[in-house]
Ligand binder design. Structure first.
Ligand code: SAM
Length: 240
């Protein structure tokens, strides 16, 4: 990530090593995206080069309708839902990193929303299924993912608190809405050999970002930091 250290020179570097995502990186708003990575993500302590590269490549502006798509804030999408601020998306992604790396990892995301987090996971090389309860949000996210070149993401409409048993076991389950507890079906669908689940758990208004690691039938949960997410609505979540 040589370019991240070029604080005095903000011009795009023609030799940027962005790997396969390079074509997408040379889109409008490259500079805003680089600033986002440097000032919001790297400066707050996230240093995994693979993670930083993915955030430097994925065109967030294609997934949100906002004059400031790279700003340090959550943004409204539709159906009363929001997309988290970039740093929160990065923190969750970092917390979910499978021990064997992202490439080819089986990943289930609950809460497709805009599709941005899904694009980040696809950019990292995950084999991704993402579930959304609002059909129109899922349809639009699918369109945006395809337009941005992420054709292989599987989109499912339904109650994500049930998981998607057909695709189990998952190396990673990332829940991007807040529940009162971790839904049991999701724990069952986690890979028993080190599968990781990341989810905000708490009340409707305040939660802790919680990481659960499964080894056999043992689940070890750790709370990382306080967060605020929209509620996970469903049979194993909050009531509507
Ligand atoms: N990951 C999204 C992104 O990158 O834009 C942001 C997700 S937003 C914070 C939470 C999403 O979870 C909303 O789109 C909401 O409709 C969805 N959601 C809430 N309960 C759900 C459930 N039971 N199953 C699937 N999606 C759910």
């Amino acid at each position: 990530m040589r370019w991240l250290r070029r604080s005095a020179d903000r011009e795009p570097d023609p030799d940027l090593d962005l790997g396969e995502g390079a074509a997408r990186a040379r889109e409008p708003m490259d500079e805003a995206r680089r600033r986002m990575v440097r000032d919001q993500i790297e400066a707050r302590g996230l240093r995994d080069p693979e993670l930083l590269r993915a955030f430097a490549v994925v065109p967030r502006h294609r997934f949100v309708d906002s004059p400031d798509p790279y700003g340090d804030q959550a943004l409204p999408i539709r159906d009363g839902q929001t997309i988290s601020q970039p740093y929160v998306v990065a923190t969750m992604t970092d917390a979910a990193r499978p021990p064997g790396g992202w490439l080819g990892a089986r990943v289930l995301e609950i809460g497709t929303g805009s599709g941005y987090q899904a694009a980040v996971l696809a950019e990292l090389g995950a084999e991704l299924t993402t579930v959304e309860r609002y059909p129109e949000l899922s349809r639009r996210a699918g369109e945006r993912l395809r337009e941005a070149g992420y054709d292989d993401v599987e989109l499912v409409v339904g109650d994500g608190t049930q998981g998607v048993p057909e695709g189990a076991p998952y190396d990673v389950i990332l829940v991007t809405a807040a529940g009162p507890s971790v839904p049991k079906p999701l724990l069952k669908q986690l890979n028993s050999d080190g599968g990781r689940l990341v989810m905000p758990v708490g009340s409707r208004t305040h939660q802790w970002l919680t990481v659960v690691v499964r080894r056999g039938d043992e689940f070890v949960a750790r709370q990382r930091e306080p967060v605020v997410f929209v509620p996970l609505i469903g049979e194993h979540g909050f009531d509507e």
